[in-house]
Write a protein that binds this ligand. Structure first.
Ligand SMILES: [Zn+2]
Ligand SMILES: [Zn+2]
Length: 358
């Protein structure tokens, strides 16, 4: 079957190969036919080495499709079921799961070190134990979450990571208050979802901050009240908050420099919510005086910061009610040549639909 493969960390071009096989099927596993995949910033971060990932590997962890086959012992799933791919499946039994913080369950994530594809040349890993830039994948049954019939595959794929992450940051983690001022630094798919979450919560001002003009324009379409470049951020803070700083600032880039900017633009007593996934050697610094004296809350948000299945259900409910726009996210694409070209090749023949972008 076909899959888009990254041969070595640090390369920016995927190669579409037709000699890849999905392996590992057996008890507790399911085989999926991928029908739609998104491109999430973490895929790029794994490709360039910011996030740890063995190579060669197949990127993609935002996907949806149909169940082809279920292994022994799998309950609640059967061939033909429509599912989305959850890259962080909850075991249901560990302390995090019992507390309702299934986004912190590590049980399923341990599979990420086991290759679930192979080629004549050897093993191929799937990103985060999934790998959705492919026609078929074998994953643990917990990674296949049934979706209602009215949810198209492309929408379900987006809910599988970026939408859940961004909405959850605003709704679960920061709990944005109605009437508040919000700034979102980084306006790719997750940032746009954060903006939509802040809008759902009733924020009065939502300032999108991004150096790329097309992303700023997109942010305005998805609910930002204004969009500025990083150079213009200080002026926006002055104008909107009289220099005090925003009630909430979301860092959706994953770099210490932007996290520091976010911290400085948060008002005293306000909330800095860190959503971006960064590197292990990139340290965020706050001095002990400001940490205490300014009483800014620093809240990291991982995969929506709450029960993952509940986050999916909420995203579907908001989408169905027309309160968030996911259709426009499918068509809004930022081109990354080495990746999009490969996905375009994968898409020929309608076997795989691709959505988004960063
Ligand atoms: Zn668990
Ligand atoms: Zn992701």
């Amino acid at each position: 079957m076909r899959a888009a493969v990254l041969h070595e960390i640090g390369q920016d071009k995927l190669e579409v190969l037709d000699d890849v096989e999905a392996v590992g099927f057996g008890p507790g596993k399911v085989r999926l036919r991928i029908r739609a995949t998104g491109l999430c910033h973490s895929d790029v971060s794994a490709m360039n080495g910011v996030l740890p990932q063995p190579a060669p590997f197949i990127p993609g962890h935002e996907g949806a499709g149909e169940v082809l086959d279920v292994g022994d012992g799998v309950t609640g799933l059967s061939a033909g079921d429509r599912v989305l791919v959850c890259w962080l499946p909850a075991c249901g039994a560990c302390p995090s799961c019992r507390r309702g913080q299934t986004q912190l369950c590590l049980a399923g994530f341990m599979n990420a070190g086991t290759p679930n594809f192979k080629r004549p040349g050897g093993d191929v890993f799937g990103f985060a134990g999934t790998g959705t830039f492919t026609e078929e994948v074998v994953v643990g049954a917990g990674c296949a979450v049934p979706i209602p019939d009215d949810v198209p595959f492309e929408i379900a794929a987006l809910i599988g990571c970026g939408v859940t992450t961004g909405l959850g940051a605003a709704i679960n983690t920061a709990r944005v208050e109605a009437g508040s001022s919000v700034a979102v630094i980084g306006c790719g798919g997750v940032g746009i979802s954060t903006i939509q979450g802040a809008r759902v919560q009733g924020a009065a001002q939502i300032v999108a901050v991004d150096p790329v003009a097309s992303r700023r324009e997109a942010a305005l379409r998805f609910g930002a009240t204004e969009a500025v470049s990083p150079d213009e951020f200080a002026d926006a803070k002055q104008r909107i908050t009289a220099g005090e700083g925003f009630d909430y600032v979301f860092e959706v880039v994953g770099k210490s420099a932007t996290a520091r900017t976010a911290y400085e633009n948060t008002r005293r007593g306000g909330t800095l919510c860190v959503v971006g996934a960064g590197a292990m050697d990139d340290n965020f610094q706050v001095n002990m005086f400001e940490l205490f004296f300014d009483e800014k809350r620093i809240l990291p948000s991982m995969y929506g910061g709450g029960d993952v299945l509940r986050s999916y259900e909420r995203a579907i409910a908001l989408w169905r009610a027309g309160r968030i726009d996911l259709e426009s996210m499918i068509t809004h694409r930022v081109r990354l040549e080495g990746i999009n070209d490969a996905l375009d090749q994968m898409r020929t023949g309608e076997s795989l639909r691709t959505c988004v972008e960063l």
